[in-house]
Structures are given as structure tokens and as C-alpha cells.
Design a protein around this ligand. Sequence first.
Ligand code: NAP
Length: 469
Amino acid sequence: MPGVAADGFPPPPSAGHPLRVAIVGAGPAGIYAAEALTRQTDVPVAVDLIDRLPTPFGLVRHGIAPDHPKMRAIRDTLHRSLDHPLVRFVGNVDVGSDITLDELRAHVDAVVYTYGAALDRHLGIEGEDLPGSLAATEFVSWYCGHPDADRGRVEAALAGARSAVVIGVGNVALDVGRVLARAAEELEPTDMPQHVLEALAAAPIEEVAVLGRRGPAQATFTTQELRELGGLAAATVLVDPDELVLDPAAEERAAADRTVARNLAVLREWSAHVLEPGRVPLRLRFYRRPVRLLGTDRVTGVEVERTAVDGDGRVMGTGQLEVLPADLVVRSVGYRGIPLPGLPVDERSGTVANDAGRVLRNGHPSPGEYAAGWIKRGPSGVVGHNKHDARETVAALLADAAAGTLRVRGPVDDLVQTLTARGAEPVLLDDWRAIDAAEQVLGATRGRARTTMHERESLLAAVRAAAAR
Ligand code: NAP
């Protein structure tokens, strides 16, 4: 038992009574937070890394496109933190239903929220909810084999789709456009679930358009991701040279930003492309904002307004409308975070109010509550950005422990025992290893390194089968 310090409060953390930290969300931000906590030795810690899925890695598993195996390989690095003796992976636990936030907070001395930004943003236009119109979050979850993906909705939208329009020009939009334009043979070696490979192979996609509401100089995709579109086996990127013409002031601003300058150079090279027969055109179109989706039983087109961009990069309508045929529309206009029951999230920003990672309630730091990753700063940056972000949060947590505002309370029941006693089925590290092995075995049946198992029940069946052996 930790006992009582001289000041009458619980004592500071010690080797025998480490600070118990629960991290909610085992994606990159959560894993980097665990890494930052276990790499230091000033404050003894014991970390529970909780996820509502039976699997770790968050968007590394269910966001990074499966045709990006090198990026997905960051799992191997992240796994080192899962293997750390001071870290316990506790998957398949939903904070809010399996255990309330208050109960969790009573079990540990500090909580770090790293559960990301799982929801899509809406366009707020007519026709957005028609069959055939999807959010990128839905499509990405589906092709990555997320257990909560709505297979029926996505596969119904894909079946019979010839003309696809992707709205947005960020990296997620490029992922979606690229996956739609890929030949089946290119996706075959990936870890996509078998039903995903089959549905994509069967979809009769003949053309893909990716739409930016502003110009090429304002697109948020990065050059490496853009350039990759030029290497597709069966698709040719087409860009209208007229849309690449900037006035001298805009050209000067573009030249000052390395990413924009490089993007423009790539786009200008592609503007000379000619479509060869039999290849899928992948059109990157700018200065078009969606006004409404057309159709009655399902999407048949997107009405767009031609736009112009002012000197500050703001979009302005021109009143000029046109219709782009589309029987599949994927809006890729950003993600947003949602509240956990008991944790308020700002509706507009989709983030938890925080000061350098210290969660604010009513404008003041809430003792023992921290946030990192997309729920802290919003949906921006690549996986690596979460490392710096998580370190900042952990630095705040450690400073609070050093200042004596974060103490070891006790005694408390073990979290996993509590969860198990109430009928939850926590998935621990060895259980995850069983899932990992089962996915590799499944992949090997088709000559692949791995096939992602997408049903929660199959994931749990792999755990139970290993436990029974
Ligand atoms: P994003 O980069 O913020 O892109 C959102 C896009 O949606 C922008 O083009 C935005 O245009 C557009 N948009 C927003 N509202 C719109 C509206 N009402 N109508 C039309 N267009 C609208 O976000 P993201 O693509 O979802 O990516 C999220 C983060 O993950 C980014 O940091 C991204 O780099 C990262 N990511 C990285 C990779 C990779 O490295 N391979 C892959 C995927 C994602 P405006 O600019 O005009 O608002």
C-alpha cells in the first residue's frame, strides 16, 4: 500500500508503488506516449494501454492504406513499446461501456486520452446521404478491415460503380483515389481482407476524379503521395494545364513553399499526359466545389460550382455550375474527434480542450487527465508527428508528478481483474500475438504475408483458440 506522505497526501511514485497510467487508445499517439513514459526513469510508472478493439496500432492498422506496406511496417517499431515490461496492452475494452471513465480514473493515477478522431466530416449539401455516397472514413475502414466497417453499405456503393468522384485533395483523398484506380493484381499481395479484394476487383471502375475546391497551390496532399499516382499499373493521371496557371503573385507564394512547389512541378509534368486506350483516367481537378449530389435512388452525379481563389487562398464561388457524372462519391474532407462519455470534446474542432496536453475542464487543468494525438491537436500530420506530440504530453504529466500534484493513490483493484469479473473479455499482449499469428496463417493460405481479419468475432476466436491449446 502506498501509505501517506508527510504532508498528509498520498506519497509520490516509488519503485514499489509506481504511478499507474491508463492510456486510452493504442494507436500511434498512445504507443508513443507509452514509449515516452517508459523511456524515462525519474518517475516509476506502470502503463495500461487500452483499446476498444482487440488489436493495437489504430490508424497504422486501420488507416494507412494496405498498398503502403513500408509505412505500415512502422508496426514493428511500435511493437517494441507493447513488449515493454512496464506496459500492459488491454484490448477489447470500451471505455464508456465496459468501464466508465470515472471508474477508470478511480483505478489509476492518471489517464492519457489518445483515441484519435474517428468520425468523418460532412459536406452539408443536398444528396449527401444518397446510396453511393460514402465518407472516406467508411471506405478506408472497410478496405483496412476495421471490425466496425459497414460492409453492406460500402460494397453496395461499389457494386456497379463506373465513375467515382472523390471530394477533397488531402492525402486521404489520394489514398481513396489510388485504391479505386489500382488494378486488382496490384492489391492482391496486400493484407486487405479477401472480401475487399474481391469487391474492388469486381467493381467496374472506368474513371476516377479527385476534386479540390481550391487550386493546386492550396492542396494539402504531400509530394511523395502525389507522385505515387504516376506509377499506377492501369491508370493514368490527367491534369488540366489551364488549372495550373497561377498569377505572378500566387506563383511567387507557391515557389516559397517547398511542398507546393514540388507538387506543382509534378502536376505540370502530368499535364502533358495523354490517355491511352484501356487505361483508367485518374483526373485531378481543381477550382470545383460540390454544390449537391444528384440522383433519386442512388448517386448519379455531382453538381459543382467553379471557383476562384483570392490572394489569401480563400475560395470564392463564380456561379458557374457543371455536372460531373458519378455513381460513387467519396467525401474525404477531414476527420473529427468525438467525446468519450464523461469527456467533453469541442464540437467545432473535434478536440479535447488542453494546454500542451493537460486536459482542461472549465478552462482549468483537470488533475490526472492528459491528451495526445489527433484528439489533442486535430487530424493533422503523419504518424511520426505523434511522437513529438506524445512527448510533450508526457512531459506535462511527469512535471505534475515531480511537482507533487500527481500522486499514487491506493489501494485499488487491478483493472484487468475488475473488467474480467464484470464479464468483459480483455485481450492482452499474448492474445494479440495469437491474432497476429492467425492473420499470418490466413495470409499464407493465399501466398501473402498476412490477411487482416475483419470480424471482431474472428479476432476473438483466434484468442480463444490459442488459450484452449
Ligand atoms: P486534409 O489534408 O485536411 O484534407 C482535407 C481536404 O478536404 C482538403 O483538400 C480540404 O480543402 C477539403 N475540404 C474540406 N472541407 C471541404 C468542403 N466542404 N468541400 C470540399 N472540400 C473540402 O485531411 P485528410 O486528407 O483527411 O488527412 C488527415 C491527415 O492525415 C493529414 O495530415 C494527412 O497528411 C494525413 N495522412 C497522411 C498520409 C500519408 O502520409 N501517406 C495518408 C493519409 C493521411 P480545403 O483545404 O480547401 O479546406
